[in-house]
Design a binder for this molecule. Sequence first.
Ligand SMILES: Nc1ncnc2c1ncn2[C@@H]1O[C@H](COP(=O)(O)OP(=O)(O)O)[C@@H](O)[C@H]1O
Ligand SMILES: [Mg+2]
Length: 378
Amino acid sequence: MRSSDPTAPLTVGLIFGGDSGEHAVSIRSAATVAAGLRSGANAGRYVLRCFYIDRLGRWWGPELADPVLQQATPASDDQLCGALSAAGIPAERRGQGGFAGLPPAALAVDLWFPVLHGPNGEDGTVQGLFTLMQRPYVGSGVLGSAVGMDKLAMKAAFAAVGLPQVPYAAVDGAEVRRGGASRDALVQRLASQLGYPCFIKPANLGSSVGISKATQASELRDGLELAASLDTRIVVEQGVVARELECAVRGGGARALQASVLGEICFDADWYDYETKYSDGLSHTVIPAQVPEAIAERARSMALDAVQAVAAQGLARVDFFYAEATGELWVNEINTLPGFTSLSMYPMLWAASGIELETLLHELVQGAQEWAQLRAAA
Ligand SMILES: Nc1ncnc2c1ncn2[C@@H]1O[C@H](COP(=O)(O)OP(=O)(O)O)[C@@H](O)[C@H]1O
Ligand SMILES: [Mg+2]
């Protein structure tokens, strides 16, 4: 509980890991956030308590979270075995996953800082738990997180405020799984509506997992089958030839929304797939993006609209496709808990906009506190 002394440091619960495909990235993001919350003036403002969600979705306190953060890699089998026996979990329940209650250290947390990417962390689930606990937390609430995560819900919200997007269609995974003539008719319908190439995406994964590019009917069918094996909700989009720009946003809630300078992702691959994203040397960022000022201004203004459209707040990264030849700019997606590693776009875009990591994190925490006070007073 918050101490009654207003000058006492705030206990911040940093939570990372998670049972999504972005477990390892989350740990690296959390290492950057922890370093920033422990440095300079932040060291006197905040007491950090670390919490780790393992790959099976089990929550652990500092006894496992601290070493995982220090090594900046997921807990080893040996570390997990040790933690399970120290916690007195009987042998027959050691393979059981999922949230089974808060680690005791969680009760001392004044404010939560989730650094979780993907499902069960960025999608409103953890935000719902913090809401039930009546504790402030950094970033979007349940609604903004959930709408921002699901690509179909996100696109509908963007469309409602008139944001330009590439043409797309929503597909029900069940229709794909039924196979046979109805699946073949679906492939035909999508091909005539969107043409080739097109991109097939599970609605709820992230990090390019399960995404395929199709240049003909057999690839479209295979891409739909892959996506349907991972999600019940699928998006198919017309493929565009475009540069990829990103904009960081902060604020909202009780504060004004602000957009950063733009960055560009450059890569030597057909598209920005999982391997290109996470292999050293296959992609690089250019900050600020070398685009006409009018394009940068348009993207910044669209980024603010995108954040408001999905009811996100605190922090978000909004990604764009920019067709240089025609000057067209489309919103691709929003990430409500963007990567925060030392080489991630989000902190780098703010550094290039004159906001250093320490200040950025302090303002995120302050914004979360102010938002909680505003809601309590409402
Ligand atoms: N409609 C499209 N046209 C061209 N490239 C696309 C399209 N959609 C996705 N891509 C490529 O696939 C990558 C991943 O897609 P994205 O929707 O950003 O998924 P994720 O949420 O997994 O990052 C993009 O960065 C881009 O390189
Ligand atoms: Mg993306």
